[in-house]
Design a protein around this ligand. Structure first.
Ligand SMILES: Cc1cc2nc3c(=O)[nH]c(=O)nc-3n(C[C@H](O)[C@H](O)[C@H](O)COP(=O)(O)OP(=O)(O)OC[C@H]3O[C@@H](n4cnc5c(N)ncnc54)[C@H](O)[C@@H]3O)c2cc1C
Length: 332
């Protein structure tokens, strides 16, 4: 099997994110003795999460990596890849690796495949990727090396590993590029970060939140407050149906939703252990985006809604306003 480097990006706060930690554990379980590379400001300290089974631990740090600029990240990663001499580079699908590793692949004469959904390591490493809006999956291998693979969470079987690497951590030098300066960060959604890929729960809001209720009135401000309070109390990620985000131009809207939240055929297919759909009918073009959600529950006034047709594990036939109000009370 080709020598492997597991490349770990640091988050803005200098920690290793959940997806990267999961990859570290599962890749070292599948390929014990792989090298581990960590990049980002404070990489040496952050490297203490590496498990004992790593062969070498290489780090690239320094002020130039405090903010994730592709130019500096690429230089640091290129230095790590060259120092390791590995032919296979595994990294989590992450905003940092997605921007800089294609550059590194070109500079090292290698190839890259992103959004890898599955991988089998061995004499002939094979990867699986989705095509045609996730309707078809292909398995393939490549001759070119080094081969860079950005792995989606769940691409390798889950494994547990605790920190314990006791060898010397090798600091790899790299040349920062002075042309790019980060001036600050701006949240993608004004004031509220609602898309949380690592959350255990996905809360989906449907167009029903903005429809006239039993009193003949709409209650959009209350809907906003209920959803917001639930997200704050649970740390859940927020998804939406297409109908709800499409209302942006029509007045009655949930202000912190954008098309980025849309789940479904023309939206995203997030991965969370659990999902709760509220005021959403459960139509097929929406539910197809739920295929990676483990346990599914829905709240709808209509006992004949789409969720009742075998698409949810549990359907609560109830008023979502009342249910979320009570849930928020229980959550404190
Ligand atoms: C090619 C194509 C691609 C599409 N892609 C997508 C996609 O990516 N994502 C997507 O979502 N849709 C997609 N759609 C649209 C999809 O078919 C549906 O129109 C859409 O999902 C409906 O959204 P909704 O369930 O929020 O709204 P509605 O169908 O209007 O349902 C609202 C629901 O809220 C319930 N409700 C109202 N008040 C309450 C209350 N107080 N408590 C509980 N329940 C209540 C109602 O009973 C109703 O079931 C696509 C369609 C096509 C043709």
């Amino acid at each position: 099997m080709a020598k492997t480097l597991i490349l770990i990006p640091l988050e803005a706060d200098g920690t290793v994110g959940k997806a990267a930690r999961d990859l570290l554990a599962s890749a070292l379980a599948a390929d014990p003795g792989a090298d581990v590379g960590v990049f980002g400001k404070g990489a040496k300290q952050a490297a203490d999460v590496v498990p004992a089974s790593a062969s070498r631990v290489l780090v690239a740090g320094g002020d130039g990596l405090a903010s994730p600029t592709a130019a500096n990240d690429a230089r640091a990663c290129e230095a790590l890849v060259r120092a390791s001499g590995s032919q296979l580079v595994l990294a989590p699908q992450h905003s940092r690796t997605a921007r800089c590793l294609p550059l590194v692949a070109v500079r090292t004469g290698g190839r890259i495949d992103t959004r890898v959904a599955g991988i089998s390591l061995g004499a002939e490493t094979k990867v699986r990727r989705w095509y045609y809006r996730q309707r078809m999956q292909a398995a393939f291998t490549r001759e070119e090396r080094p081969w860079f693979l950005l792995l989606e969470s769940g691409a390798l079987p889950a494994a547990e590993a605790s920190a314990g690497f006791s060898g010397a951590v090798e600091e790899v030098s790299w040349e920062p590029c002075s042309r790019t300066q980060a001036l600050g960060t701006e949240a993608a959604i004004a004031g509220e970060q609602t898309i949380r890929p690592d959350a255990d729960l996905l809360l989906v809001a449907g167009a029903g939140w903005t429809k006239k209720q039993s009193d003949g009135q709409t209650h959009v401000p209350e809907a906003e407050e209920l959803i917001r309070a639930f997200l704050r109390a649970t740390g859940a990620s927020l998804g939406s149906s297409k109908s709800l985000v499409d209302q942006k131009g029509e007045g009655a809207v949930i202000s912190f939703l954008t098309h980025m939240n849309q789940v479904g055929q023309t939206g995203s297919s997030p991965r969370h252990p659990k999902g709760l759909a509220t005021c959403c009918h459960g139509e097929e073009p929406h539910v197809v985006g739920w295929r990676f959600i483990g346990e599914r529950r829905a709240i709808n006034l209509d006992p004949n809604c789409g969720w009742a047709q075998g698409k949810a594990d549990v359907l609560y036939v109830a008023d979502a306003f009342a249910v979320l109000r009570r849930l928020n009370e229980l959550l404190g």
